[in-house]
Design a protein around this ligand. Structure first.
Ligand SMILES: [Zn+2]
Ligand SMILES: [Zn+2]
Length: 170
């Protein structure tokens, strides 16, 4: 089960479309499991790492994935060459991920891109790394072409995700 917990208000229709697309993408159930509030002292732009460390414990089973969804900015990553926007963050081969919709202009009309970001972070929690195929959701999100892509994995990432899900299902 991929459980979405919202940190901000989102249109229920949008959440429904997102969970449906995640179900299609991963073949595991997905639902909006509730709302949480950002821990005291966390201010926009959120430090994504700190956020994942300090968010309240939510009810989830061991094999569940927990995706926090916010409409606020996550602090950009500092690179040697400057700064890169942060679209989300996840714990590799673990449970928690966070995704922001702040970079999507009209999110109600572009659930596809939000899904692509969500697929990317959830796939990281299944242990997947970045991919060189520009069509794939695991392509680096800071590339200009990323936003035009579909909610798909390339064959390689698809197989990796399927294998991971098969081995975690008890
Ligand atoms: Zn990534
Ligand atoms: Zn791929």
């Amino acid at each position: 089960m991929i459980r979405i917990f919202t940190l901000d208000e989102f249109d229920p229709a949008l959440l429904k479309a997102l969970t449906k697309s995640l179900y299609t993408a991963f073949g595991v159930g997905s639902e909006h499991s509730g709302a949480v509030t950002a821990p005291h002292g966390q201010q926009e732009p959120y430090d994504a790492n700190k956020l994942l460390e300090t968010l309240p414990k939510v009810h989830a089973l061991k094999d569940d994935k927990v995706l926090f969804l916010t409409s606020r900015k996550l602090a950009p990553r500092k690179l040697a060459s400057g700064e890169a926007p942060t679209f989300g963050l996840s714990r590799y081969s673990a449970q928690l991920a966070v995704v922001t919709a702040v970079h999507i202009k009209n999110v109600a009309d572009n659930v596809k891109l939000l899904t692509r970001y969500a697929m990317h972070e959830v796939a990281h929690t299944y242990g997947l790394h970045h991919c060189l195929d520009p069509r794939c959701s695991m392509y680096p999100q800071w590339t200009p072409s990323y936003a035009n892509g579909d909610c798909i994995f390339c064959t390689y990432c698809r197989d990796s995700v399927d294998a991971k899900i098969r081995t975690t299902k008890s």
